[in-house]
Design a protein around this ligand. Structure first.
Ligand code: ADP
Length: 272
């Protein structure tokens, strides 16, 4: 069981001058329990792709199956898909709005129709999964560090008990320690729960250490789909699509520390 995409194409603004084909004939199979890194240059189609996985965007053509059911079938309940495939957007902490951490994480389960006690139970369980403790429950989300806020936002999605969780650039804007903490936490989550995790990143280094499989996107197409080891063997092909192997990223980061005028990351240049 899992997610299957067959010949998925997606075109933004198909009928005017801003027409942009963002996905081209994407074929993918994601099995339950996989830990996948989805990487690619800025503009390669990663965000567009993940928004198809929980039905936020509808393919211009092609089919998507979730647990063997066609999500575009008239009888399919999109609402089920939304609760089973949790999407954590970039900078999810911008969506924290309740007075306390605990209330914030309860918001999703309450929306699912759970009563207060059940929602609190789910929220506590989800907060523990991301390493937040009881003393954080009554804090305002605004008192927390960047990394903690992000963990609370992830807990908000986990509290919905999704089978799949998709995290869009979960390390964006965090310092090196924050990045490591969050990635370790996500990795622990995968080990403990066995849920499917799709980690979106433009950085090889972020995904390299953690995932079992890497999908590389380029100009809306699946360019590579293999184990990290196999992907990194093909460093020339990676460089062709604007991605540096982890060693290169590491060297760039060290150089940036000494010469701040140099870019920290060679993969963040906008695609023309
Ligand atoms: P990534 O997540 O890899 O950076 P996106 O999926 O955001 O890539 O973008 C893929 C392509 O679609 C890019 O060329 C981008 O400019 C374009 N695009 C993204 N969102 C829109 C939109 N709302 N309208 C038009 N084009 C878009």
């Amino acid at each position: 069981m899992g997610i299957r995409l067959e010949h998925v194409n997606y075109i933004y603004s198909p009928d005017n001058a801003f027409r942009k084909q963002a996905l081209r004939d994407v074929n993918l199979e994601i099995q339950d329990g996989e830990f996948i890194g989805l990487i690619g240059h800025t503009g390669s189609g990663k965000s567009t792709l993940i928004q198809h996985l929980n039905g936020l965007l509808r393919a211009t053509s092609g089919q998507i199956y979730y647990n063997e059911q066609n999500i575009y079938d008239d009888k399919y309940r999109m609402i089920d898909l939304r609760s089973q495939v949790g999407l954590v957007f970039q900078y999810p902490e911008h969506q924290l709005f309740e007075m306390t951490v605990l209330k914030d994480v309860c918001y999703g389960p309450k929306n699912l129709g759970l009563d207060d006690d059940a929602a609190v139970e789910r929220a506590k369980e989800a907060l523990a999964m991301v390493g937040m403790t009881e003393k954080d429950y009554s804090k305002s989300p605004f008192e927390l560090s960047g990394g903690q806020k992000r963990r609370v936002a992830i807990a908000g999605v986990l509290a919905m008990h999704p089978q799949v969780i998709v995290l869009d650039e979960p390390t964006a804007g965090l310092d090196p320690k924050g990045r490591n903490d969050i990635l370790n936490q996500i990795s622990a989550l995968h080990r403990q729960t066995g849920i499917t995790i799709i980690l979106v990143s433009h950085s090889m280094e972020d995904v390299a250490k953690y995932v079992d499989r890497i999908i590389v996107m380029n100009r809306g197409e699946v360019f590579m789909d293999d184990t990290p080891k196999e992907i990194f063997r093909q460093s020339e092909a990676l460089e062709r699509v604007g991605l540096a192997a982890p060693q290169v990223t590491y060297v760039m980061r060290q150089l940036h520390k000494i010469f701040p005028e140099l870019p920290e990351d060679v993969t963040t240049v906008e695609e023309a």
